[in-house]
Design a protein around this ligand. Structure first.
Ligand SMILES: NC(=O)c1ccc[n+]([C@@H]2O[C@H](COP(=O)([O-])OP(=O)(O)OC[C@H]3O[C@@H](n4cnc5c(N)ncnc54)[C@H](OP(=O)(O)O)[C@@H]3O)[C@@H](O)[C@H]2O)c1
Length: 335
């Protein structure tokens, strides 16, 4: 079997915002599998904000992407040739081999995926890494408690849309979100059931948060850092809990980002702020699938996806994460 695969390489490290010129589309031959290997034809590729951080040549919790190599990242696909009986042809697998249509790799490096009655793409979103991040944040890292007023930033996105819905399941009395446009906010309210959502681009985030949660907040799921983290610190009630998940407004492009100046308030308010990385919780994978899988199956938790078509759209899909585009829910690319 001779299979060719188109793939996207990182060809330049961006200074500031990434641009299309940082990437190049190439074609490669996919070799046949050796003993213990499989060949996988991907169906969906993931674009995620953390990938921008890995384009910088700096030390972090994961190594930087290599120049001249394929952009790494999550993907789902089907085994099309196998020399490992545990991964038969047709098996659905998740991988971390990134922005390419097909590849051959050791079967042991892949994650076999259970049949949870969802589309393949959902394993990159609600039942994949972003969904698990949301679930870990509100259950394990900074647990939402009965009666909490919860605030979630980037609420229309892959993680935020699920975090808000899970906060409700855990007993939050009011769930407030923020997003970059009023149109996105209407989807946060109507599709994901938040009580209120405000655009952080329209007025000061603190003022808008006060309007949306007049009595203060107990829980903050922080996807963005910067001005919205400041607003949450100022507006938090005593003993509030913050799950620090991401800081997309600050520093993914290597810049200093928006300063967080209100941290001192955490002392008097006895706040708990905890950062986390989803890979800390890989031993909880089955529990996540069981709990969130059943919430998705009975439609307690709903999800949306923005699907781009074809590997040539990868760069556009990725850059849209930072450009305040119209995408809602998990952004994936069908290949
Ligand atoms: N800790 C972990 O293990 C972990 C795992 C996964 C993700 N994360 C983090 O979680 C956050 C959300 O990730 P995701 O995958 O769900 O992405 P996403 O929310 O689907 O997409 C990113 C969103 O961030 C918003 N954004 C972009 N620039 C912004 C800015 N300057 N200020 C405020 N918002 C901005 C955009 O929405 P608007 O148009 O609404 O601005 C964009 O749609 C990211 O910070 C990511 O790095 C952390």
């Amino acid at each position: 079997m001779t299979l060719t695969s188109r793939e996207i390489h990182l060809v330049r490290r961006p200074a500031g915002a990434a641009t299309p010129d940082d990437f190049a589309l190439r074609e490669a031959e996919v070799r046949d599998p050796a003993e213990g290997e499989v060949t996988v034809r991907n169906s969906f590729l993931s674009v995620d904000p953390y990938m921008r951080g890995r384009m910088n040549d700096v030390k972090s919790y994961v190594p930087p992407f290599e120049l001249g190599k394929v952009m790494q990242g999550g993907a789902v696909g089907r085994v099309v040739a196998s020399r490992d009986p545990a991964f038969p042809e047709g098996a659905l697998v998740a991988s971390g081999y990134g922005w390419r249509e097909a590849f051959t790799a050791k079967a042991a490096s892949l994650q076999p995926l259970p049949d949870l009655g969802v589309s393949d793409s959902a394993h990159l979103g609600v039942l994949g890494m972003p969904g698990m991040t949301a679930w870990a944040g509100v259950t394990l890292v900074a647990p939402v408690q009965e009666g909490d007023v919860a605030f979630v930033s980037a609420a229309s996105g892959a993680v935020g849309s699920i975090a808000g819905q899970l906060a409700r399941v855990l007993g939050a009395s009011r769930v407030v979100g923020s997003a970059g446009a009023e149109e996105k906010c209407r989807a946060v309210e109507s599709d994901f059931g938040f009580d209120a959502c405000f655009s952080y681009r329209d007025g000061s985030p603190l003022h808008r948060l006060r309007e949306a949660a007049p009595d203060g907040i107990d829980h903050y799921f922080d996807n963005v850092g910067g001005a919205q983290l400041n607003a949450a610190l100022v507006h938090a009630r005593n003993h509030g809990r913050f799950a620090l998940c991401g800081s997309i407004s600050s520093g993914y492009d290597g810049s200093a980002g928006e300063p967080v100046t209100a941290l001192g308030l955490a002392v008097g308010k006895r706040l708990m702020l905890k950062g986390f990385i989803v890979s800390d919780f890989t031993d909880q994978q089955q529990r996540f699938w069981d709990e969130v899988g059943s919430l998705v199956a009975d439609k307690t938790v709903t999800y949306r996806e923005t699907v781009f078509d074809g590997i040539q759209t990868m760069t556009e899909a990725f850059l849209g994460l930072f450009a305040g585009g119209g995408q809602i829910g998990k952004v994936v690319v069908a290949v």
